[in-house]
Design a protein around this ligand. Structure first.
Ligand code: ZN
Length: 245
């Protein structure tokens, strides 16, 4: 008998998150999660062509209990010296706080039209939570508190069983084999807590950053086999359970 804060008294949670609104997310990943009773969070830029062309398909993902997370409209990032991406028009170094807040609100409204929800988590694009030139960065984290449940930004390990921080780090599974990601989840089972896992594509060709298809399947199977003690919930879902502790 366990008495943890998560459904069924479980004390261990993992949130599988997938960035950038890719076709494989709605066609293969969400069904694979649902088939195992797992929930995931999909971070969709509101400018995504796949979202616009397949609204009903993405709506079905949300109706299955998965979360559509905010990931801005145009995926702006702080452009590094010599980098070819993002387009200079979407360099956060040239954004004002007003501009990013307007963009994030619009993204929120677009996703609301898809899933009907008025609160969701936000995944910081490239992990960035500041605008303005290097050396004079201005954070927009406080602006996010008005509508984001929590923010996923940067790297981090196991979150303890307490009211969650507003900004949470994650373990990146892109380019790693299943054993490495499973090794990152195991401490959650041992001590209780919550681990966020960040992924982009699943399968070669789906995204520049991806988890191989067979490795992804192994991760899902490993989690599903431990579902009595490990809850795979959405980022907002797990955060809400911890908030209610
Ligand atoms: Zn992204």
């Amino acid at each position: 008998m366990t008495t943890g804060p998560f459904p069924g008294g479980r004390s261990a949670a993992v949130s599988l998150t997938y960035d950038d609104c890719l076709p494989c997310h709605r066609l293969a990943v969400a069904p694979a999660l649902s088939a195992r009773g797992l929930l995931g969070t999909f971070y969709c830029p509101a400018s995504s062509g796949d979202l616009h062309a397949n609204v009903e398909s993405w709506r079905a993902v949300a109706r299955s209990g998965h979360e559509l997370g905010n990931h801005s409209c145009f995926h702006p990032c702080r452009r590094r010296e010599g980098a070819t991406w993002p387009d200079p028009a979407y360099d956060l170094k040239t954004y004002t706080r007003r501009r990013i807040v307007d963009e994030l609100h619009l993204a929120e409204r677009v996703l609301q039209l898809v899933d009907g929800n008025d609160r969701r988590s936000y995944a910081a694009t490239c992990g960035n939570t500041t605008v303005g030139p290097d050396g004079a960065e201005e954070s927009f984290v406080d602006d996010l508190r008005r509508f984001a449940t929590v923010v996923r930004s940067g790297r981090g390990g196991v979150q303890p069983l307490r009211k969650p921080d507003f900004v949470l780090g994650s373990h990146s599974a892109d380019g790693k084999d299943a054993a490495a990601t499973i090794a990152a989840i195991e401490p959650v089972l041992a001590s209780g807590g919550w681990l966020l896992i960040e992924m982009h594509g699943v399968g070669a060709g789906s995204h520049g950053l991806f988890v191989a298809e067979d490795q992804h399947t192994r991760i899902l199977d490993w989690i599903a086999e431990r579902s009595v003690v490990l809850w795979a919930g959405t980022v907002s879902g797990v955060a809400a359970q911890l908030d209610a502790m």
